[in-house]
Design a protein around this ligand. Structure first.
Ligand SMILES: O=C(O)CCC(=O)C(=O)O
Length: 359
C-alpha cells in the first residue's frame, strides 16, 4: 500500500472500489468516506481538520517527514503478505486558533510569508494509491465441534469428507476402556531417521495391531495379531457403525501436552487410494488440526491454505474418507497448557505391498 503526496491538483489514480479505493485528501478538506480513508483521516485528518479551522486565524506549524517502511505493523497483522511502503507526511503541530494579537503576522494581518506557505500547503494532497499486489488474507481456521458429516473440500481428486461423532463411546465406558488400554497395550517409543539429518525419538508412544507390517516415515511396525479384547470390541463396533471393515490399528499415546504428531497424511501406498481412517479418542481432549495441501502455484507454501480445528475428546469418533488424505494433512500439536494422557486409535485397512526401498 502506498500513501504519497502530490503537488497541485493531479487526479488520484484508479477508481474508487471499496477498501482499496483511491482516496484523495486535501489539507483542510474532509476525510474521505471509505474505511481506508477513515484511517488515513484519523492519522492525518485531525491536523487537517484543525488546519481547516486555521483559515479562520490559527497559528500553524507543519513538519514534513518522508519515510519508506517495509511492512507496516497495523496492516501486516491483517494482510501479512502485503508489503506496505509509504511516504509519510505528518502535520503534527496544529496550534489552536487564537485571537490575532496586534502586530502579529497572522493570515488576517496579511503577512506575505504566511500566505505563500499556506498556498503551498493547500496545494498538497494525500493520495491513497491502490496496492499493486493482490492483498491476501491468511484464513482463520474453521472449527468443527458438532456431530455431523462434513464435506471439507471438492476437487479433481474428489470429495474430502469427515464424519465427527462425539460421544461415540459414552463417558463411563470410555473411562474404563482408557484405563485398560493405557495399562495393557505394549506401548513403545520409535526412533525416526531422516536422511542426512540424524534421528529423533517420536514425541509419543505407539503400538501396532494387524497381520501385516506398517511402514511410515521409515519406521516399520512389525505385524501383531494379538488384539486386545477391548480393541477387538471397538473395531467391531466401529465397523457396524460405519459399514467399513478394518484389518489394522495404529495406537498413539500422548503422555502429556508435550507429545504430538506433526503434519502428515495417511497416504502410504499400503493404505491404498482414498483410505477410510476411523480415529477414536480417549482421555484428555486434544486439538486435531487439518490443513489443505496447497495448489502447485503456491510452491509448497501453506500460508494461505484452509485450516480446520477439531477438538477430539473422550469417546469421540472421527472418520476421514474420500480424498482427505490426498488433499489434506493433519496433526496434533503440542499444547502450551498441561494435558493429561490421551490415547488415539486409528483403524485402517492395510494392503500387502511389494518391498519398498527407502532412499
Ligand atoms: O492422535 C490423533 O488424533 C491423530 C493420529 C494420527 O494422525 C495418526 O495416527 O496418523
Amino acid at each position: 500500500m502506498r500513501f504519497s503526496s502530490r503537488p497541485g491538483g493531479g487526479a488520484a489514480r484508479g477508481g474508487a472500489r471499496g477498501g482499496a479505493a483511491s482516496v484523495r485528501q486535501r489539507h483542510g478538506g474532509k476525510a474521505a468516506a471509505s474505511p481506508s480513508a477513515g484511517r488515513l483521516g484519523r492519522r492525518f485528518g485531525g491536523a487537517a481538520g484543525r488546519q481547516g479551522g486555521g483559515a479562520a486565524g490559527a497559528g500553524f506549524t507543519s513538519s514534513f517527514i518522508t519515510g519508506s517502511v517495509s511492512g507496516c505493523d497495523m496492516k501486516r497483522r491483517a494482510f501479512p503478505a502485503v508489503e506496505c511502503s509509504f511516504t509519510w507526511f505528518v502535520l503534527p503541530f496544529a496550534v489552536a486558533p487564537k485571537a490575532p494579537e496586534a502586530g502579529s503576522r497572522s493570515p488576517a494581518s496579511g503577512g506575505q510569508a504566511w500566505g505563500r506557505r499556506d498556498q503551498l500547503r493547500s496545494q498538497e494532497q494525500f493520495v491513497f494509491e491502490k496496492p499493486s499486489e493482490v492483498e491476501r488474507r491468511v484464513p482463520e481456521a474453521g472449527v468443527i465441534d458438532k456431530p455431523g458429516v462434513y464435506e471439507i473440500s471438492t476437487g479433481p481428486t474428489g470429495v474430502s469428507r469427515i464424519h465427527l461423532v462425539p460421544g461415540f463411546i459414552d463417558s463411563e465406558q470410555a473411562d474404563w476402556m482408557f484405563e485398560q488400554l493405557l495399562q495393557d497395550i505394549p506401548w513403545g517409543q520409535r526412533t525416526r531417521t531422516r536422511q542426512g539429518k540424524g534421528s529423533f525419538e517420536e514425541p509419543r508412544l505407539t503400538s501396532w495391531y494387524g497381520e501385516l507390517p506398517y511402514t511410515y516415515s521409515r519406521i516399520t511396525m512389525q505385524p501383531n495379531s494379538h488384539w486386545h479384547p477391548v480393541l477387538t470390541m471397538l473395531k467391531e463396533h466401529i465397523e457396524e457403525f460405519t459399514g467399513h471393515t478394518f484389518n489394522s490399528l495404529l495406537c498413539n499415546l500422548y503422555r502429556n501436552e508435550k507429545d504430538s504428531v506433526d503434519w502428515h497424511s495417511d497416504d502410504e501406498p499400503s493404505l491404498g487410494k482414498n483410505p477410510v481412517i476411523a480415529s477414536l479418542s480417549f482421555g484428555a481432549t486434544r486439538t486435531f488440526e487439518m490443513r489443505k495441501k496447497p495448489s502447485a502455484e503456491e510452491n509448497g507454501d501453506y500460508t494461505y491454505v484452509e485450516k480446520l480445528r477439531i477438538p477430539l475428546d473422550h469417546g469421540t469418533l472421527l472418520m476421514m474418507e474420500g480424498a482427505t488424505q490426498e488433499d489434506w494433512q493433519h496433526r496434533v500439536p503440542k499444547e502450551y497448557h498441561s494435558r493429561d494422557a490421551r490415547i488415539n486409535l486409528t483403524f485402517r485397512i492395510i494392503y500387502p505391498e511389494p518391498d519398498r526401498v527407502w532412499k
